[in-house]
Design a protein around this ligand. Structure first.
Ligand code: ATP
Ligand code: MG
Length: 245
């Protein structure tokens, strides 16, 4: 059963064609990366998937239901969770309180108490020891992890991440990859990752979609993408090999 599907998504801003006829299918538990040069349309595509931006034409399906016209908060309740490039946290509140408010907002019938849900997520993501600390006192990498915990408290079935590794050091990127892999394994959470960190993309993604000027120029496994001439040209111009990526 397909979990998330984009069908022929096109987005026009005035005279600018930000997305042209983009298709994507994500299966439960799958990890898909969306890459492409700056301005390729990656964030716009994520915004269409989450409902932040209506597509000019095309459709978005979740779990077989057309959600193209559904508001963002309703998609969140269905299980479409996303982090932002510049997340918003309550810096004077504790880590636990930040995650609890998210658990509260997204609470569904049958869910446990928000505090328990929040603690479980913090434990799983390795932040339990910081639960009582004010978010403002954390490192940048830890704050980004709290943002992720807030999204996870809503129990997403697909997690859409816009450049989660930006600003993280290599150890933190490593941790992030491990924790995302565990989430997929233990809870079958699918992940759609936008990322410029090619090391992370190639290690984490099972499948990669490459956008350039709003169009799909390639789709395939990391191995296929790394040796795809159209991809190399889009990133580097003519005459380069994958060793330059
Ligand atoms: N709200 C908007 N109004 C007008 N143009 C927009 C809007 N949002 C994005 N664009 C344009 O659409 C194109 C795609 O932008 P988008 O932010 O999706 O690219 P991106 O692939 O995420 O780039 P980056 O890697 O730099 O984050 C760009 O030319 C951008 O200027
Ligand atoms: Mg972007």
């Amino acid at each position: 059963m397909k979990l998330l599907q984009a069908c022929g998504v096109t987005k026009v801003y005035g005279g600018l064609q930000a997305l042209t006829d983009v298709d994507l299918t994500v299966m439960p538990g799958e990890s898909v990366a969306v890459i492409g040069p700056n301005g390729a349309g990656k964030s716009t595509f994520l915004n269409v998937l989450t409902g932040l931006t209506p597509p000019t034409t095309g459709r978005v399906l979740f779990d077989g239901t057309d959600v193209t016209k559904l508001a963002t908060h309703k998609r969140v309740r269905l299980g479409i969770g996303r982090t932002f490039q510049h997340g918003r946290l309550f810096s004077r509140m504790s880590v636990l309180e930040n995650v609890m408010t998210a658990a509260e907002t997204c609470r569904r019938g049958g869910d446990g108490a928000p505090r328990e849900t929040a603690m479980r997520v913090l434990e799983r993501m390795g932040l339990a020891a910081q639960a009582a600390e004010a978010v403002g006192s954390l490192s940048y990498g830890q704050r980004r992890m709290v943002e992720m915990c807030r999204v996870l408290a809503g129990k997403p079935r697909v997690l859409l991440l816009d450049e989660p590794a930006a600003g993280l050091n290599s150890g933190e990127v490593e941790q992030l990859v491990e924790r995302l892999a565990a989430l997929r394994e233990e809870h079958s959470v699918a992940v759609v990752l936008i990322e410029h960190n090619m090391g992370m993309v190639m290690r984490f993604a099972e499948r990669i979609l490459v956008l350039n000027f709003g169009s799909t120029i390639a789709e395939g496994t990391p191995e296929e993408i790394q040796s795809d001439p159209a991809v190399l040209t889009a990133y580097l111009g003519e005459g380069y090999s994958h060793a330059d990526l």
